[in-house]
Design a protein around this ligand. Structure first.
Ligand code: SF4
Length: 295
């Protein structure tokens, strides 16, 4: 059994889970989206979706899945919506004041990025093999929290790319520590080497940013693999063990994760899980909602 994660501290991420009841429907208005991506219409940023009601609830919430609105179902703001609505703007909504609306939407976009970084930093602090860098992780976590508490006018001025770059550097170090622990004593793990043949018969390379669309990876050893930014759209990972695999930015749309074990994978998000094919036999980290086990 691999001891990669401290489950107790992983419960610290509750504040990064979306609470739509406390949000002014920000994702349904602030974002630009298209019907091609599974949203109801093509619309510009700052225009409310036609299904957003006066009370900021969705009029088709109960039938999103029958309508094939995957974009809406899969979306996750990492709790940025309620933070902007209730903390940054102290309960003041965007209706009726164009200037407020503009700053609110911009700061929401910024808050989503900060909360996403907080999600990963909080998670990295649960990695047992990364204890040597906890101090740096805590300091960047505190700095990111401080930024997320700025007033809306200052929030929109943050140099998010520079901040993201420093966070990413540390997350990569945490990832290396976990992956090396996951690989130790487990024989040959395919890191940037040749993987299994895809259905086309052409070998696909496994590793950071790899194109693994539609690949049959059921028997490929992915424990401790670096899959950062890989395209696993419609890939078959059925019953595979992804312990210690770094899944940051992986595109899992329609990937088959039935029976797969992701409970010890790192940097997995709710959006990724929601966009994949999972069933009750899929094992997920405890910090995520299990789509097949919802009440
Ligand atoms: S359909 Fe509902 S959830 Fe989707 S964008 Fe419109 S209001 Fe939001």
């Amino acid at each position: 059994v691999l001891h990669l994660r401290n489950p107790v501290s992983d419960e610290n991420r509750g504040y990064l889970q979306a609470d739509c009841e406390k949000c002014f429907g920000l994702c349904c208005v602030a974002l630009r989206f298209s019907s091609f991506d599974g949203f109801p219409i093509d619309k510009e940023a700052g225009t409310a979706c036609l299904n957003l009601k006066q009370d900021f609830k969705c009029s088709v919430h109960e039938s999103l899945s029958q309508r094939g609105l995957k974009g809406c179902i899969n979306f996750d703001c990492f709790g940025a919506g309620q933070k902007i609505s209730q903390v940054s703007f102290a309960g003041r909504d965007w209706r009726g004041d164009k200037a407020t609306a503009e700053v609110m939407f911009k700061s929401f976009m910024m808050m989503m990025q900060l909360h996403e970084l907080l999600w990963y930093l909080e998670e990295a602090l649960t990695f047992i093999p990364a204890s040597s860098i906890y101090e740096e992780l805590r300091s960047l976590l505190d700095e990111t929290k401080r930024l997320s508490e700025l007033s809306p006018d200052l929030l929109v001025e943050i140099d998010i790319n520079a901040h993201r770059a420093s966070v990413n550097m540390l997350l990569l170090q945490a990832s290396e520590l976990v992956r090396s622990e996951a690989r130790s004593g487990q024989g040959d793990i395919h890191q940037g080497t040749q993987g299994r043949k895809a259905k086309s018969g052409k070998k696909k390379s496994i590793g950071r940013g790899a194109d693994l669309m539609g690949a049959d990876l059921r028997t490929t050893d992915l424990r401790g693999a670096n899959l950062r930014g890989s395209y696993l759209i419609a890939a078959n990972l059925k019953d595979n063990d992804l312990s210690g695999a770094d899944l940051i930015g992986v595109d899992f749309r329609d990937a088959d994760l039935r029976g797969a074990d992701l409970s010890n994978s790192i940097f997995l998000t709710q959006t990724q899980v929601n966009s994949a094919k999972v069933d009750a036999s899929t094992k997920l980290p405890t910090s995520l909602n299990h789509p097949a086990k919802r009440n």
